[in-house]
Design a binder for this molecule. Structure first.
Ligand code: GNR
Ligand code: NI
Length: 168
């Protein structure tokens, strides 16, 4: 297992639209385990493959207290169950240090394949519904900053670019 480096906004690779997964082979199993380990190491509740520069439709999440109940979503899609917009303060490992209020559908039904290619469905609300929409956005090259005003987005971009320059 390995902890993978996470791409940070405004890295253009975060804008890649991920491809569907068609082969459930050993390489995929290793990628899944590495993403779960990375999510735990970085204390995230979710991680999309795009964030670790792997441009296939794969997401991992874990909402458990003990951090031992990972859920794997392959080729995930969602239907909105409750159109009512719900405000939530979101964070993103690719936008470190910023927590912004964003509106998304309150309830969604997620349909995906598990790590062996078996289909499943889950009805979600609260944090999990937010996370499903946030992670599928990543697979489509979208980021939470896209929901903010251009002014706010540019402030975040400048601050992160400065921090990244310092580190480089
Ligand atoms: O760890 C995360 N927490 C979080 C909190 C509120 C809304 C969304 C998230 S997802 C985020 C991890 C991440 O960046 N996933 O893409
Ligand atoms: Ni994110």
């Amino acid at each position: 297992m390995a902890v993978l480096p996470i791409l940070e906004y405004p890295d253009p690779r975060l804008r890649t639209v991920a491809e569907p997964i068609t082969e459930f082979n050993d390489a995929l199993q290793t990628q899944i385990d590495d993403m779960i380990e990375t999510m735990y190491e970085e204390n995230g509740v979710g991680l999309a493959a795009t964030q670790v520069d792997f441009h296939y439709r794969l997401v991992v999440m874990d909402f458990s207290e003990e951090r031992n109940e990972p859920i794997v979503f392959i080729n995930p899609e969602f239907d909105v169950l409750d159109e009512e917009p719900n405000e939530f303060q979101e964070g993103c490992l690719s936008v470190p240090g910023f927590y912004e209020h964003i509106y998304r559908a309150a309830k969604v039904r997620v349909k995906a394949l598990d790590r062996h290619g078996k289909p499943f469905e889950m009805d979600t609300d609260e944090l999990m519904a937010v996370c499903v929409q946030h992670e599928i956005d990543h697979l489509d090259g979208k980021l939470m900053v896209d929901y903010l005003s251009p002014l706010k987005r540019n402030r975040i971009k400048t601050k992160l670019q400065k921090a990244q320059k310092k580190r480089a």
